[in-house]
Write a protein that binds this ligand. Sequence first.
Ligand code: SAH
Ligand code: SF4
Length: 361
Amino acid sequence: MERPFYLDMTLDSWTQWVKAQGFGAFVAKQIFEWILKGVQDPQRFNISKDLKKILVDSFLWVLPTIDTRLKSSDGSTKYLLKLFDGKFIEMVLMPSMDRVTLCISSQVGCRMNCSFCQTGKMGLMRNLTSGEILSQILIANQELQDAKVTNIVFMGMGEPLDNFHEVVKALKIMTDPQGLQLSKHKVTVSTSGLVPEIAALGKEVAVSLAISFHTPFDEERSSMMPVNKTYPLDVLKKALLEYPVQTRHGITLEYVMIKDKNDSLRHAKALVKFAHGLKVKVNLIPLNPHPGSPMEPALAENLATFQAYLEERSISAPVRYSRGQDVSAACGQLAVKRKNELGVDPRLLWRDRRSVERSTK
Ligand code: SAH
Ligand code: SF4
């Protein structure tokens, strides 16, 4: 049997494992601390020689590798990471004056099939394990050398709440004072709107929440985001009203501005109506266009009118340009580009797709 990946272990599972080897539970805490400090070699842990040897033999002590590193003119760096099975995920490191934000992936691909999204075109290849999710933070911290990641956003590839169990496992380690010690309001899960999982997330680990919103009209939202057929806007709103709000801004609604699609004043008015009674902020994101798609970003003047309408009604609505546009930062774009460069059809990116899908069922 293949050795388990060392980052997939929680403190509880280390405790059980250590006890089974005949050692005291406190050793598990030491191992866990070394690991989350980023030490990847058990020889460097201050534990007994015997246990070091068993550890080396029992677990897989490697991280996903950096396949491509692209520095953007805006200071962010986009990484294409290669997982142990050869599949690719993306992460984006975005340092700024007062924080270092890391945008991470939760799945290889995504099955939610939103019309404007490149990752959605890939379908779901497989879920990431909690260790693969956490490994993105450890790799970023290695890259940063002197600094450390302070904020996490789940806005890379995948729908985090469609991989609920592994994402929650990773979130607990991220926010655990014995783990990575990130504050809950500095970790944001972004979802297309899986209502039962939003409620469950609020109970399990109430981190900050962002919703891919994109239009206040049910029919239009269902055509852009099939998930809306299952969880329409009134059902989503109820879930948001019940979510334990973490930050002063409440919940973030992400609104990708698409020319002649969702950028009218009629949309802005209906959005204000949706927001009534909620503590929300709206991030206006000009669409990141991708090759082969007829959709274009909204014009600057429509963006400005839309924004002014919201702000005049006391809804904070900053315009957020995707960081790293010059290096294909919108989710899924780099993975597809990489394969195009290699001369492979993006639809065939992951050759063993079917076998993996079977094994994740
Ligand atoms: N699946 C989750 C998180 C990953 S997507 C979700 O949908 O929330 C992260 C964000 O990127 C979402 O708000 C998504 O709507 C947005 N996005 C997807 N394609 C985009 C594009 N072409 N341009 C700009 N933003 C895009
Ligand atoms: Fe998946 Fe989010 Fe893209 Fe929709 S926007 S396809 S949920 S990654």
